[in-house]
Each structure stands twice: as structure tokens, then as C-alpha cells.
Design a protein around this ligand. Sequence first.
Ligand SMILES: Cc1ncc(COP(=O)(O)O)c(C=O)c1O
Length: 463
Amino acid sequence: MFILNSSDPVPLYKQLYTQLREHILSGKLPANTRLPSVRQMAVELSASCNTVDGAYQELYAEGYIYSRPRSGYFVSPLDHEVAPHSLSGKKGENNLVQPYQSHFAYDFHPAHLDPESFPTELWRKCLTEGLRRNSREFSHYGDLQGSWGLRCSIHSYLEKSRGVTCDPDQIIVSAGLHQGLEIIAHLLQGQHTTVAVENPGYHLPRTVFQNHGYTICPVPVGIGGIELDQLKAGSATIAYVTPSHQLPLGYVMPVANRLALIEWAESGGRFIIEDDYDSELRYQGNPIPSLQGLRPTGNIIYSGTFSKILSPELRLSYLVLPYSLLARYRQLYRDYNSSVSLVEQRAMECFMEQGHWERHIRRMRTVYKKKHDMLLRSVETHFGRRAVVIGQGAGLHVVIRLPETPYSEAEIIDKAAQKGIRLLRFSDFHATGHPEAVTLVLGFGGLVGSEIERGIALLSHIC
Ligand SMILES: Cc1ncc(COP(=O)(O)O)c(C=O)c1O
């Protein structure tokens, strides 16, 4: 049934993953079908068990299959009505304060990057190269949506690495998520009034949409991501989600829920904002493909950033707008100019074009995996059973719950500060309600290994 081609540059496990995924999505492999055991499939394909296991693990991580103890893997029930459609035919239809300085010895801020890792020399070279190559362009205003060359580089990267299907035409280079959300809030104003946000979740979308007069509808998050029943019960017609790495809990939304969310959007002219902020940083298996790729023609606005891998100081991010919004965007913004410096855009284009971006992602994944593992080991050593770890395996932070601590969140944060430890308030991620148990967000990106170990040891004494 499946054919693996060893002369194809695509790894064998990926070939098998893709074929199995297609069979599942098309219904050729019906729900609850038992997959052959790893060994059996390996024999059938004359492949190694590692190849089959790699494919199964990836399908499992994305929710295409589930496992039953001692029985193996089974196909997850999916709604085939809303399985992925291709982009063909749609294209072109719409005519187209004080600078921050940490005074803390142990700063567990979840958005801090490794202080040694910015590729200064390479960036300098790319800046120079960008200036040299395009010097004539700097005499006039650039394209509203961002430089074409950078959009083409982002497009290739998204297609290859994030499973996003779009045209460079749909990409808008923006100066950070807040600007992307401002654009979205503006575009959807009038027809939409209520935005669902994950609870707990990132505070920024709440603020931006509130500033634009929208009503915010916080929806609880479970291990499958935003709770769909509660979303459907509410009146929101826009949902902001972080499906590949929920902030802050780290959950991955399984494919069945992704399809159901897409169906929710499609059935009522609603919109999904997919914030794919740090999916490059996954330490077990491969990055989870985007939700946008499941329905490229759907009402999904995709948002990505260079802040997590390269630097938040660059203020470089991007949106992928569905064609249904592109005409309105161009009409509303016809007199505007891009707010991202063309010099930085050209440097980023050069950085991507010359392969530095992909190499840098691989390097940073290794750097952060070590820190991530060190954090988990330290928590295990110093907290033992007192801490329940949540959402590990990706990103720049891990969350721990402390069900037995006699102290409140405020007391722990105060005592931690006295010891030189900075913690963010987990309760600030909540739009409403409170966590069931004291919960700590432990960012590890900005700390070196020995600081992680010492910081966690100190923290364990005050919790
Ligand atoms: C959920 C989420 N999305 C996006 C971002 C990145 O935003 P920006 O591109 O503005 O740096 C962050 C940064 O911490 C984040 O936590």
C-alpha cells in the first residue's frame, strides 16, 4: 500500500508519514483502524523499525493516531468534511520606559533568548550585503506589504518548514505581533465584535482587541487546546489560538480539534488567528505543522515572528492573510507605507537566502534543548514529587504546578525576588479565574546552564 523511495531526498520516515497522513485525511484509513505493528510494517516495507517508528511518532504527536496500551496505534476519528483542501482555483480570485535591564541573578522570563547567540558578525555581513545590492532602492518608499524578496524567502521557509500554503502576495511583513494584531483588528472591525482568547493565554491579543473596542471572550484551555464546546457556546466570531505550542501551557492541539476549529470558522464566516510564534523549537520529534496548511483557503490568518529564534529587538514578524481579506487590506491601507525598515528587511532576506536562517534554527534548537533538559533535571532533583511539570519538550519555558505548597503565588514571587530570582505571575496569563494550584512559568532561554541549576535549587527552598 505504501511505497518508499530511497533515492528521494525526503527521509523515508517522512515519506511514510505523508502517505499515512493522506490516507487518514482522505478516509482511506477509517477511524479506529488499527495500524500494523512497527515491526510488521517495517517487514512489509523492507524498511527499518526506526523509519516506521519515526512516522508513527509524528502522526501520534499531531493527533492523527492514538495508542491503546498493549494494542498498538489506531486512526483517530476525524471530520472528513473539513479535511485539507488544495489552494488551486482560489488564487487571484480577489484581485489581488526605561530600557529593560535585569537586576536578577536568575531571570526566568519566558521570552528571553540566549544572550550569547545573536549572530552579530553574520548579521553585519547581511546588512552590508543588503545595502550594497539594493542601494538604488533606498531612495524611495518600499512596498506596503514588505520587500518582495523577503516575502519570497518567508514564503519558501513557511512552505517547507511550517506546512503553510500561500503565495508571497499574501504575506505582510510587520513590526511584531502587536502590529499584526492591530491590522487584523482593523480589517475585521464592523463585521465582528467579539474575540475568543485562550484562558490562560497571551495577554497581548486581549489588550490589542480591547483597544479596538472588541469584547474579549476568554475560553478555557485543555490538553487539546482551546475548549471547542465552550468556544461554540459563546458569541465570538474570531478566535486567537496558539495551536502548535499553547502559551503558556505548552499543549499541542491535535488534528481532530484543528479540523473542528476550522469547521467552526468556515460554517459561520468566522476567523481563526493562528499565532505560530515558536514552533521551530521542538525538542522531541519534528515541529508540528501549521493549522493554516490544513485549510489554506479557509478563514485562517497566520502569524509568525523572528523574535524567538533570532531576536525580539529586530521587531520583524509577518502575517499571512487569506485572499478573502487581502483586497480589503489593500483598500484600507492604500495610503500607508511599510513600518519595517527596508534596511532590516533586506538584511533578513540575505540571511534567509544564504541559508543562515535555517542553520541558525538548528543551532538554537540544540542550545535550547540543553537548557530545557537541564531545567527538567533540576526540577526533578530539587522539587521531586512536589512539582508537576506541564508542557515540556518545546519553546523557551516550562510550566510547573505546586499542588502542595503552603504559599500563595504572590508570596513565592516576593520571596524569589529577595533571592535574586525573577518570576512572572502565572495569574497574569488568566483573563478570568485563577489557576487551581500555584503555577510557575520557568523560562530558560536567557539563563546559562549553571544558573538554571542554582536558580531552581534556590527556588525549591522557598516554595
Ligand atoms: C504567544 C506569543 N506570540 C508572539 C510573540 C512574539 O511577538 P513579537 O513578534 O511581537 O516579538 C510572543 C512573544 O513573547 C508570544 O509570547
